[in-house]
Design a protein around this ligand. Structure first.
Ligand code: SAH
Ligand code: SF4
Length: 439
């Protein structure tokens, strides 16, 4: 989401006549786009700001340093006091005002805009892409969140949920297709609750995926409380909608889920998982898990480990609970699981995840996948890396492929995180899916 937001800010800055630069030493303006989700995310930002202050002191005292995003929203003016590290503080809904705020700073004032909006979606701003190598792009379809999970700061930093108008999303995806992009990930805190005057996320996915049958469509994040069957059906039928679903459970225990204000039970969650696996054969699943939430007992934790073993997620983002100010958990519950216990529980959860993913990946040996080439492998320049439709990283020998090509690859071996394969031939979504249908 922040990468996507930075691309919007990029566009606003270029409009104002500034150009991006690679080295902080050459910059007149530096923005740090920030996350508040856990305390360690914020700590990294403070370190980064200190580094930029040292750059500023050594090369250009007039350099403007701005704090953007969720930390700006959470801490507001108080950031200006802290060690005089920043000149500007701009919340996630105030990026359009950055040019005016820069004028204020140039006039010698500090500038702050942290007003949240009920309408802002930046729908009319064409993001200037900095990620994805010309192959993959993010498209934000909604902003904010109304779910108010007890642990989460997002509703306070990103404000109320609002959806972009559907046509502006289709236009953006069409433009990406025209520019040769091969993969679009549509983004929101809870994409399933997308609602443009009654038009649903399933309708959006239907329309987006028809724009270019050779363009892969991914989506993130879905909330388990509202995953419609029609969407599962659409994923199963449409070859270019990726068979990969990120469906955060957070915990495998009903009492913890209740304390977290996640409005589903383990049983309902498992029913959804079974339905996904049944309706979309070969679907890959991932989750987010928080360990050590307020009052979590050994037995409650054991339920989460059990859930990991039962679902066998292909991927998981697993976190130690970090108390965030203003949230319900901060106001009403005690962060009473010790750091040591949180850490050892995390290790158990990570181990269960790795074991599940490893056994899933072993079942892939000998199977063929369509891989979208990203570029040279980070480990070995003579090899290429790319992803399957199911979002698994595959490493294979480089022949004469280039980023953005679809290649049919036979999987030979694997670890819990990576598949290794042999490239068979260049292919396409249409060709590969009809070949699979015949097989
Ligand atoms: N909207 C998405 C998640 C956005 S935040 C969803 O509901 O699925 C990404 C993940 O960060 C969450 O799923 C949760 O697992 C984790 N997270 C959020 N608040 C946290 C906290 N206070 N401590 C630890 N992890 C947290
Ligand atoms: Fe946070 Fe819950 Fe909203 Fe996700 S759904 S952003 S975890 S409040």
């Amino acid at each position: 989401m922040n990468f996507s937001d930075s691309e919007i800010v990029n566009s606003i800055m270029i409009e104002r006549g500034l150009k991006p630069t690679d080295a902080p030493e050459n910059a007149d303006v530096i923005f740090v786009n920030t996350c508040s989700i856990r305390d360690n995310a914020e700590r990294k930002v403070w370190d980064r700001l200190k580094y930029f202050r040292s750059v500023k002191k050594s090369v250009n005292n007039d350099m403007v340093v701005g704090l953007l995003g969720c930390m700006a929203e959470r801490l507001k003016e108080s950031v200006l006091e802290r060690e005089k590290l920043v000149d500007m503080v701009v919340g996630p809904d105030a990026y359009r005002t950055i040019p005016n705020l820069l004028d204020e700073v140039e006039d010698g004032r500090k500038a702050v805009n942290v007003i949240l909006s009920l309408e802002e979606t930046y729908a009319d701003i064409a993001p200037v892409r900095t990620t994805g190598n010309g192959v993959s792009a993010f498209v934000s379809i909604m902003r904010g969140c109304d779910n108010m999970c007890a642990f989460c700061v997002v509703p306070f930093t990103r404000g109320r949920e609002r959806s972009r108008d559907l046509e502006s999303i289709l236009d953006e995806v069409q433009a990406l297709s025209d520019q040769g992009y091969k993969e679009v990930t549509v983004l929101g805190q809870n994409v399933n609750s997308f609602n443009d005057n009654g038009r649903t996320f399933t309708e959006l996915m239907d329309k987006v995926s028809l724009i270019n049958p050779e363009m892969r469509i991914r989506f993130s994040t879905s909330h388990p409380k509202d995953f419609p069957d029609e969407l599962l059906q659409l994923i199963a039928e449409r070859p270019n909608i990726c068979k990969y679903i990120h469906i955060p459970a957070q915990s495998g225990n009903n009492d913890v889920l209740k304390r977290m204000r996640r409005p589903y039970t383990r049983e309902q969650y498992m029913e959804l998982i079974h339905k996904m696996k049944k309706m979309i054969p070969g679907v890959a699943l991932s989750t987010d898990i928080i360990t050590g939430f307020c009052g979590e007992t050994d037995a409650e934790h054991a339920d989460t480990v059990e859930l990991m073993k039962e679902v066998k997620y292909d991927l998981a983002y697993m976190f130690i609970y970090s108390e965030r100010e203003r949230t319900l958990a901060h106001r009403k519950m005690a962060d009473d699981v010790s750091d040591d216990i949180k850490k050892s529980r995390l290790t158990e959860i990570v181990d269960a995840q790795h074991a599940g993913a490893k056994s899933n990946n072993e079942l892939e040996h000998g199977k063929r996948h369509l891989v979208l080439v990203e570029g040279p492998s980070k480990r070995d320049e003579n090899q290429y890396q790319g992803r399957t439709d199911t979002n698994k990283m595959v490493i294979f020998d480089q022949i004469d492929f280039k980023p953005g090509d679809y290649v049919e690859v036979e999987i030979i071996k694997s670890t819990s995180a990576t598949l290794f394969g042999k490239a068979i031939k260049k292919s396409s979504i249409t060709e590969f899916s009809s070949q699979m249908a015949l097989a």
